[in-house]
Design a protein. Sequence first.
Lengths: 417, 417
Amino acid sequence: MAVNIPPMQGLLVVPGVRLGAAYAGIKAATVGALGVPDQAASTDAPAPDTTVVLFDAGTTMAGVFTQNRFSAAPVQLCQELLGSTTVNAWLINSGNANAATGEAGKADARELQQALSEQIGGGAVMPFSTGVIGERLPVAAMRAALPACLAAATDDGWAAAARAIMTTDTVPKAVSVQGMVGQAKVTVTGMAKGSGMIRPDMATLLSYLCCDAQVPYPVLQRLCREVADASFNRLTVDGDTSTNDCFVIAATAKSTLVDDAQSPEYQQLKALLIEVATELAQRIVRDGEGATKFVTVSTEGAKSEADALAVSFTVAHSPLVKTALFASDPNWGRVCMAMGRAGVGFEQSDVAVYFDDLCVVRAGVVHEAYTEALGAAVLAQDEIKLRMVVGSGPASAEVWTSDFSYDYVRINAEYRS
Amino acid sequence: MAVNIPPMQGLLVVPGVRLGAAYAGIKAATVGALGVPDQAASTDAPAPDTTVVLFDAGTTMAGVFTQNRFSAAPVQLCQELLGSTTVNAWLINSGNANAATGEAGKADARELQQALSEQIGGGAVMPFSTGVIGERLPVAAMRAALPACLAAATDDGWAAAARAIMTTDTVPKAVSVQGMVGQAKVTVTGMAKGSGMIRPDMATLLSYLCCDAQVPYPVLQRLCREVADASFNRLTVDGDTSTNDCFVIAATAKSTLVDDAQSPEYQQLKALLIEVATELAQRIVRDGEGATKFVTVSTEGAKSEADALAVSFTVAHSPLVKTALFASDPNWGRVCMAMGRAGVGFEQSDVAVYFDDLCVVRAGVVHEAYTEALGAAVLAQDEIKLRMVVGSGPASAEVWTSDFSYDYVRINAEYRS
């Protein structure tokens, strides 16, 4: 069902980063515990579910994490490690979210942090989990898989890792770019998983960017927030924020020093990171559960960016708009309705609505040249731009979403059958 | 698809109120203009679409209206009339929302206000519309139907009116109660329509309550807000707020005087009004688009009612929770996820979740006695109580919702086929 996602290609090594994945049987251990047959067990070569990412000394890390009050145990442990200079590994598992597991869940994650740290000769480990909520991690099985992960670790392990972190993503997602930052070339490679669902789970977004610039922690953390705001914070599939969302950036200090947020180098690096993060974020939407369309929703002429975002997100979240998009129905009345309930002040007579370049609404009423046939032709595409104008203010904001299909309901309702 | 809605019965006359409905061909005129065949034209006796409600002199009116910035023309005209003592009629049409129609839409509504006023010998008319957005009202056809509406007007016209205001509601909704207010019996009869959809339209909620108490405008307006907060503001089908929502109360001054918000009479009348409004609100949810379950979502132990409402509504709006409810899947992880994203501060370790009386989550983790089979048995019912505890605060709040089914997508996506 993925909407126009290119295959992974041209993934670039980031000096100072090695990745290795192996099969620990997490899904079998977790879902098996609920009495559901393990489908992975029937395949010959079970897909890796445990990934280790190793970093050279001197690497800095930054991250932004879910605001969900039910944040998972690994999220809480990652947050504790933010700003620590000793982190030299990530441990990522799919199949079990280690969420709503209380203190026992934290102890499980700590045990695995400790086990990996011992096997790599010390340092701190950031843990990440995605999958079933409310089930304990199969610690013994995961610990037993660590040597295989380490044996597999290689600097061109990105594609394998991008596959191993998937849950019900239909395609793996990884992207690279290179560009000059100051006097040296900098490489950024990133991977993400999202829109996955394993019983009983939810869309969970994990995204990892690595670059070889040298960026001190406070600067990298600022960069991380700014990049997230321009990329992952602009997407919505169903409006449900996961307990496990993480977006982290590692900088391996092999290339240009970027230690000043006011410098041109900062802007150059930020542009590269945003390029990768935006592409990954859009691929998450394109692989959204049941998605048949990729829709860019933008608002212009707002008084503030917050207002523009509120209008864009309200329209992008509206089930009535999303079902109309699925039906290729140019239902501009629903767009006006959703704009109107965004909690943002505007005058109806200032409103314009466009489907791609087709003006549908002008001055708050249907455009005299608009016809249903013209609207339907635009909506029939699988890539649609929905553009709204709410006044003559200076601010605008764009977000990305998918439509709402039968398959969304099926994926989230009928996976037991 | 309606979930356990009893037939309309025992509707009581409210002295001072007469209702009459007739067919004006609004749907034919409106949808016909879009090139879609008029299905109503093929039936022998087309269903009435235009309703007039007439009030004896001395009646007071109060109302609360959609907050949507794209509020329809009739909503704006009703708001202008709030507090006027000259209103003696309502004119309600289904099939055309007169929304996103600009100044021309207001002029259309004013022309009909004037036409009805002339035919009833003066006074002001509150207009209400529901149906297609963005199309002009068929003014001539509606004006031509007014004499038939007036000829049909009778004090036992509630059932006919409840039918005439429907759009795609599957059943009409009207309720009566009687009770003592002070020394006299007071009658409250109300009707509502909601969850309707006519191409290209959205769920629209119109609700009308009439009582024979004597209530001055400022007191009635306060009562109206309080009753709406306890009833219609507690329901959600899909989170999309219509451009046309209205909740109005008329008091015909034939029975007890209620002129003091601190009096026992005020509380007695409020209780009767809330009883009718709550029953109508719940019937709207039960008739929600594609609904297969009626779900009561409550939050307890919150610091404030606003917090409790935020948690209840976030869970009730969550597409992941709603699809799980449709699947009878006891997916308590999704409930925790949705609670966590409500923007309300709480500790995971204080959280409990119940399906009816079954404790699923205690102290933030799954209850030791909980089993999937126990959860599934509760969720298999078509009436479910989902109860959440977030701490030991004093506040609680209950809302009502439906599940999210294939039919929701079908009704909102495929009605063209």
